[in-house]
Design a protein around this ligand. Sequence first.
Ligand SMILES: [Zn+2]
Length: 315
Amino acid sequence: MIAEIKTLSSYKYCEKTLQNMIPCVGIGLHGGQKVNMVLKPAEVGTGIVFIRTDVLDKDNVIPASYQNVVDTRLNSCIGNKDGVTVSTIEHLMSAFAGFGITNVRVEVDGPEVPVMDGSASDFVTLIECAGVVSQNAPLRVVKILKEVNFEDGKGASVSLYPDQNGLSLDFMIDFSKSRAIGRQEYSIVLSERSYKDSVSYARTFGFAQEVEMLRSMGLAKGGSLENAVVVDGDRVLNKEGLRSENEFVVHKTLDAIGDLYQVGMPIIGHFSGVKSGHAHTNELLRRLMADKTAYEIVNLDDYEEALLMRSRKSA
Ligand SMILES: [Zn+2]
């Protein structure tokens, strides 16, 4: 008997990493400094890990976990016990989630992930250039078993519901003070294709008055019309205009995909966001993981097999 040659993975759903390492250079949104970033392949079980190569005298490794989120006011910022932080990880995390990449070392030589054009498009290009490889380990996922919610009492809410068909999301925003944005709704079933074609392009956005205020606080130094949609009252200030009519709500969905991925593995369930931001999604993940009856961690191959068995029985 000839032994089966395992060129790829013996699992249908498996852990994934990059085929090659890939470097890029950009600027930090808040500090405005140049940042060199290198995405490196990593072994099974690594997860997504950020490494501050400019920090030599302290622990410079920060796993991308909801438990390590230390600031959500403007972006998702993670830190470790030595106080070493990396900001604005959400768009890169979103691209990893979109491609189902589970293991990567992200090296940065500064405190922020480069903002690029404010969307995840450049990260998608980097991932595609590096290539994605299957690893010989079964993909584990967080399967939502019951509804979990968080409402902030100010009109924003986030929820996770059971849904056996992968991760789907819906999002609603309502900026009645600006007709340029207004009320927008969006929903999507996440797949590599849907992420790349329908989500990754959407840029971050802000209001002109807020940008002024942030600058006076020493923030958003790297922010410009090159890496954000800037809205002034009812007008979009970017000369090129919007990439789609609903770019704002699509970007909020992009953010949610990245923030949810901080749970450490893909989620099987439905996410619903209403006027929510990074802090809400982080609180939702904390509530989810604090309630052992709200989720289970399953091997996706086994789970799909069980679903098939059940449907055959009932047929
Ligand atoms: Zn964003």
